[in-house]
Design a protein around this ligand. Structure first.
Ligand SMILES: NC(=O)c1ccc[n+]([C@@H]2O[C@H](COP(=O)([O-])OP(=O)(O)OC[C@H]3O[C@@H](n4cnc5c(N)ncnc54)[C@H](OP(=O)(O)O)[C@@H]3O)[C@@H](O)[C@H]2O)c1
Length: 270
């Protein structure tokens, strides 16, 4: 079954499910990415700091580039104008592609003016080196600051899973036509042991991972679970031909905010 897409502010359409590739490095990592593409994944999420651009680049050889969605992220210490241009060229060269579908500021950096970074990203978009501009780990405060530059932001990639239901941020992004990509959608594995999720999985004959992904997709989010085994890759792909009941959705909603995994750089202090 083809993975549905959501149209972004940029006009491009992002597949709602992608493969997260943090920790997918070396030949084993490349094998997982290749296997995912063979199974029907067409969206890969990588980053400069994952140290796997070359492996991702090797894995996509032979697949139709126009059908693929490649997201990468620039690290927070190279957000100045010239550094960012260089980082983008380096990423494209390592990935072996002419353009990225989506390029994200990995984490905000208060030491570097956001206007300078976003201006550089807009230039890269005008040069067709990147097709959509996005951010990651941005709070509402960061997004408001970004809006002042006038550069259109299509995506905010943040930690989002049944133990971190960021409703206020989601509502704000919806009002401003920004799509949220949920990173660590399985809480790097912790969600799979949650009692509510496990009960719903058992009742619906799905797996806990599928229930968590379905909950996120139902809220209009893009999800990028990382999986290395073929079984996990297949399971995570099988989330489009069934629905969760309203009652089950409410039960997961009510878990609320239990746990944030990534809290770096004093980012979430508002
Ligand atoms: N923007 C950011 O700052 C940021 C931060 C963190 C992550 N990310 C992105 O988000 C992606 C996903 O997050 P994540 O890697 O932290 O964790 P995750 O996707 O929440 O969880 C991955 C873990 O769940 C396991 N798993 C996957 N599918 C499963 C299934 N169907 N059943 C049981 N277990 C399953 C994986 O095992 P196996 O590997 O053994 O299959 C792995 O241990 C990353 O890879 C990265 O691309 C972005």
């Amino acid at each position: 079954m083809e993975i549905p897409r959501i149209k972004l502010k940029s006009g491009n359409s992002i597949p709602v499910l992608g493969l997260g590739t943090w920790q997918l490095t070396g030949s084993k990592g490349a094998d997982s990415v290749r296997k995912a593409l063979e199974l029907g994944y067409n969206h890969i999420d990588t980053a400069e700091v994952y140290d796997n651009h070359r492996e991702v680049g090797r894995s996509i050889v032979g697949f139709d580039r126009s059908e693929l969605w490649i997201t990468s992220k620039v690290w927070r210490d190279v957000l100045r104008h010239d550094d960012l241009h260089k980082a983008c060229d380096k990423a494209l060269s390592a990935l072996g592609i002419d353009y990225m579908d989506l390029y994200l500021i990995h984490w905000p950096n208060p030491e570097i003016a956001m206007a300078e970074t976003l201006k550089a990203l807009k230039e890269l978009q005008d040069m067709d080196k990147i097709r959509s501009i996005g951010v990651s780990n941005f709070t509402i405060r960061h997004l408001k600051e970004a809006f002042e530059t006038g550069v259109p932001i299509s995506v905010n990639q943040v930690e989002f899973h049944p133990h971190l239901y960021q409703k206020e941020l989601l509502d704000f992004c919806k009002q401003n036509n920004i799509i949220i990509t949920a990173y660590s959608p399985l809480g790097t594995g912790a969600i799979l042991k949650d009692e509510t999720i496990a009960q719903i999985a058992e009742k619906t004959s799905r797996t806990p991972a599928q229930v968590a992904l379905k909950w996120l997709l139902g809220k209009g989010l893009v999800v990028i679970p990382k999986a290395s085994s073929e079984e996990h890759l297949k399971q995570n792909l099988s989330v489009f031909d069934w629905e969760l009941s309203g009652q089950d959705i409410k039960a997961i909603d009510s878990i609320g905010v239990k746990h944030r995994i990534y809290d770096e750089f004093d980012n979430f202090d508002e």
